[in-house]
Every structure is written in C-alpha cells, then in structure tokens.
Design a protein around this ligand. Sequence first.
Ligand SMILES: C[S@@+](CC[C@H](N)C(=O)[O-])C[C@H]1O[C@@H](n2cnc3c(N)ncnc32)[C@H](O)[C@@H]1O
Ligand code: SF4
Length: 370
Amino acid sequence: MEPLALYVHWPYCSRICPYCDFNVTRDRKQAGQRALFDAMLADLQRQAEGLGPRRLASVFFGGGTPSLLPPEWVAELIATASELFPLSGNIEITLEANPTDAEIARYEGFRVAGVNRLSLGVQALDDEALRFLGRNHSAQDAIRGIETAQTVFGRVSLDLIYALPGQTPEGWAAELRRAAALEVEHISPYQLTIEPTTAFGRAVRRGVWAPPDPELAEALYQTTQDTLGDLGFEAYEVSNHARGPAARSAHNVFIWEGVDYMGVGPGGHGRLTRGGVRYATVAEPDLKAYTAATDPIAATALSPQEAEEEALMLGLRLIDGVRWTRIPHLDREKADALITDGFLEQTRERLRATDKGRVVLDRLLLELLG
Ligand SMILES: C[S@@+](CC[C@H](N)C(=O)[O-])C[C@H]1O[C@@H](n2cnc3c(N)ncnc32)[C@H](O)[C@@H]1O
Ligand code: SF4
C-alpha cells in the first residue's frame, strides 16, 4: 500500500516572533478555535475521499504552535486519521512545541495522545539571542523543556536559528556544543532569513541593524557542518542533522523523497496523486474563510516536467540525493559537466550533490534547470 504523510497546521501562537512569516495568529483564546479544529477534521475526511488505499506513515503537527492544542484534540485528530487510513506499524507522529512552562506541562498529554517525536523550537541557548529573537522563554526554560521532553518521548529534535547580528563562528560553535551535550538525536539549525513582511524585515530596511554579510553567513554555515559533524551528527539534509539514520525525521524525508502528503489546516500545503496525476494543494489561509468553506482546498495539477523539477530541487537537498527514476528527463550533459567539476556525483540509483555542491545548491539548480 502506498505511504501517505499528513501535515496538520495549527496557526495560533502565544506571541508572534519578529522574524516569522508563517501563517500565524496571536492566540487570544478565541472562541472560534474549536470551530477551526472541526473544520480541519472535516477537511481531512474530505481530502481522504477517493484517494484509494494508503497507509499513514507519518503525521506532523506544525504551525504556528501546535503545543498550544489541548492534547485531547491531538488524540481526536489522530483517531480520525486512523479511521481513514491504516497506520504503519512504525508511524512517526511529530509535534512542534515551544518550551514555555504551560506547554511543557502538556508534553505527557501529547504522548498519551500518540505523539512519539517532539520538535522543540529552542531557537537559541543564549538569553541575549532569545531576547533579540523576541522569544517568550529563557535558555534555562529551553533546557528544562528539552530534559522533560527526553523523559517523555523517545525522540527529540531542536530547532535553532543562527546568523544573528554580532554572532561569531566561535560563539555559534559553543552554542551548538551546548545543544549537542543535551543528548538530543536531531538538530535543525536554520540560517535567519529576513522576511520582508516581518518586524525584522522592517528593522533591516530602516537600517536599525544588519544581518551578517554573505561571507560571515557562509562561515557560520560551515561552522554548523563542521561542529555538528565532529559531534557525531550526519547532515542528511542542508539544515537537518541526525545522530544516525534512525534519528532522521521520517516525515521530512518522505516529503523530500516525493511521497504524497496531505496538508490540513489554514494555509497547509500538500502533494496528492489522484488518477495518476500529482496535484499541488494549498488550503485557504484565512482562518475564518477556512472554517466557513465547504472545501478549503485549491488543487493544481503538476505537469510531469514540474513534478520532475520539484523532485530535483528537493532530492538534491538530501545527502542521499535524488533517484534517477524521478528525473528521467534531466539534461545529462549539464549534469555530467557538474559531476566533472565536483559539484555533483552519481551512483547507480541516485544523483547527489557533493559537500561542495550543497553549499551552492541554488546555483546548481539554476544551471540544471535553466
Ligand atoms: C514555524 S516555526 C514553528 C515552531 C514553533 N512555533 C516555534 O516557534 O518554535 C518552525 C521553525 O521555523 C524556523 N523559522 C521560522 N522563521 C524563520 C526565519 N525567518 N529564519 C529562520 N528560521 C525560521 C524556526 O526555527 C522555527 O522553530
Ligand atoms: S516562530 Fe513559532 S512561535 Fe514564533 S511566530 Fe513563528 S510559529 Fe509562532
């Protein structure tokens, strides 16, 4: 039976971080939250119709801040999904959580609901950096969140943000070492992106502060690879490091490998194959409109060429690369030239970026697809 991954978007956050341009809304305990959740359950049921037999291989509760969800609602969603699809024996069920007191208190409830992997939004292990990032927790809270999560869940991942103004490679390496010393199995360090519509975007435009220049940003990226590599983490994807293959995020690997995934919740994206055609789906992003809609999903058929370009873009982010079977029309001459120059390498089954190639992935893709 074909595998299916499920992404569930919960858009509420206690506070909106100044760098974030995800589809988020301040949680003011709005009365409409349960109606939104009911609409998400209905959306899940509607999208499952006519999909054919699939086994559910992963669920990812993302956001927003899904750790603000009552654990009973999380259990309800998992129960609804399991009525629609048989669950894989080794299903991965991840929930993104913030390390504030109120949320830490709910971790056990999430485990009882069926969550078996927690992805903690730590962002920094340094109070000054956390203040700059506008977070509502301290480094000590984050450490307590990690330690609690480790007693509750078998699997814990941390998100960190780097390339903050004033950050040095030495300081960043020390922070990574502190994170690794907490014995988590997975770390996702993201380079700070200045999104134009955010408070950070406005501050940078006004010249209040500037992000690191490209050379320093590149040095910080290299520090990430070297430090985590030395600490036993494998960079199995550009921004994802795991202590061994079993610690990789199965959900993300499914998506990068081209497994179908269903996106539920306002603004959620998906890729679903129906009748031999792959569709890109996107849910209505406005919370009220999503809740009121009979069908909140817009689906666009991907041409075989679009599907292949996407396979290449996602697959080359993985250390394992992309299967040749997913890119049958690739321009072999261009690929061969990049192999000769040491940016790509090939095995019988796959085409992959070398370490040198992964640093300039965007340029490689332009070259291959241009
Ligand atoms: C959308 S958030 C959801 C997780 C959770 N609400 C939290 O704040 O920890 C997922 C991750 O995206 C990353 N992120 C969001 N905006 C970013 C940006 N502008 N630059 C780099 N990373 C970003 C953060 O590391 C965050 O943990
Ligand atoms: S980073 Fe997380 S908590 Fe902050 S606004 Fe974005 S989704 Fe919400």
